[in-house]
Design a binder for this molecule. Structure first.
Ligand SMILES: O=C(O)c1ccc[n+]([C@@H]2O[C@H](COP(=O)([O-])O)[C@@H](O)[C@H]2O)c1
Ligand SMILES: Cc1cc2nc[nH]c2cc1C
Length: 341
């Protein structure tokens, strides 16, 4: 599993930066939009980048750990939401239409034999195993899920997508993401574990306890993404990790969503550290571990809207800001063009 991710192109960034300084506005007056535009130039190796059209790629899978009562919802909701994605009624369908995004939904490990119309059928297995009892999946399955994500993103990019928005759906996946991040960052499990879909205090305490037990049991190497995914991961998290790596390989910016998506990005950075510079944090989720994950990556979120939905929703909402940064760089007049001395 080799990924060829080049460093971002500083020269294109410098050219973009010089151009921004000649545009008809006080120097630096577009604030973070300016550094974002420079980052887009560096990612794409083009001083005049475009992020249109965006592509939303949603991975859905189930989690064996739900047997332990770690979510406010039963795991059947993952399949029910896959049907909702098919019929266009989920929040991400609405936001994807709003930003004129291409959208693909991938069943990478939903429990059961149901086939979802319009959803890519790429099941690696029928949900993960309960990771407090046994490993969530084999390293081979983790690798297969990463490859699936890579292929799905490559297909989207092939069809013209210029900005990747990875999304997910998976009841129980905040437990998996907290376990992954506790292992990666070495931070206290309690500080990284939250209410997910909205569990009560007692359930949250049990959730932290289960994560601690699982990490003690499997002791994954904190720098080995495959070991981490195999021990306490999720199939949709592995899929997003592969999609993120693929976008970086193709010099396509990646707009991150919430907690689970950011956990996948941390794994991608473990696999190939250059990925970090291709990431843009769309928003800050209510899940407390998200702030820690963004700090680990060194990223500052664009929006803070108290979202905790997932699906790629927060990233889709942040997309117009990213598009605004690229459009400003490409379309504003310079002082010379406008005849202003
Ligand atoms: O994106 C986030 O930050 C986020 C935070 C909390 C929950 N979620 C979504 O809720 C589900 C996981 O929550 P839970 O409580 O079942 O672990 C999953 O489908 C995620 O998409 C997503
Ligand atoms: C209804 C519902 C929709 C979701 N979308 C992402 N995670 C979700 C969790 C639930 C429970």
């Amino acid at each position: 599993m080799a990924f060829n991710i080049k460093p971002i192109d500083r020269l294109s960034g410098e050219k973009a930066s010089e151009h921004i300084n000649q545009l008809t506005k006080p120097l630096g007056s577009l604030g973070r939009l300016e550094s974002l535009a420079v980052q887009l130039a560096e990612i794409t190796a083009n001083p005049f980048p475009s992020v249109c059209p965006p592509g939303v790629l949603v991975f859905a899978a189930d989690h064996g750990i739900t047997e332990e009562g770690v979510s406010a919802f039963p795991s059947d909701v993952t399949a029910l939401m896959a049907v909702n994605f098919s019929s266009g009624g989920a929040a991400i369908n609405v936001f994807a239409r709003m930003i004129e995004a291409q959208m693909t939904v991938v069943d990478i490990g939903i429990k059961g034999h149901q086939v979802f119309p319009g959803v890519q059928a790429c099941k690696i297995r029928m949900g993960t195993a309960n990771f407090v009892r046994e490993k969530a999946m084999s390293e081979y399955e983790a690798e297969q899920a990463i490859s699936t994500g890579r292929e799905q993103a490559a297909a989207m990019i092939q069809s013209g997508v210029k900005c990747l928005i990875p999304g997910e759906m998976g009841i129980g996946n905040t437990t998996s993401s907290s376990a992954l991040l506790a292992a990666i960052t070495g931070l206290d499990v309690h500080a990284i574990t939250g209410y997910g879909t909205g569990i009560e205090e007692k359930k949250k305490a049990r959730k932290s306890e289960l994560i601690t037990i699982a990490l003690e049991k499997h002791r994954p190497d904190k720098e080995n993404a495959l070991e981490l995914l195999s021990a306490v991961g999720g199939l949709e998290i592995a899929g997003m990790c592969g999609a993120i790596l693929s976008a970086a390989e193709h010099r396509i910016p990646i707009l991150l969503d919430g907690f689970i998506c950011t956990a996948a990005a941390c794994l991608a950075v473990l696999i190939s550290p250059n990925v970090r510079d291709y990431l843009i944090a769309g928003h800050l989720s209510e899940e407390p571990g998200h702030k820690k994950a963004l700090e680990w990556l060194g990223l500052e979120p664009l929006l803070k809207l108290q979202l905790r939905l997932g699906e790629g929703s927060g990233a889709a909402l942040a997309y117009p800001i990213v598009k605004g940064a690229a459009k400003m760089l490409c379309e504003m007049a310079t002082f010379e063009q406008a005849g202003i001395k």
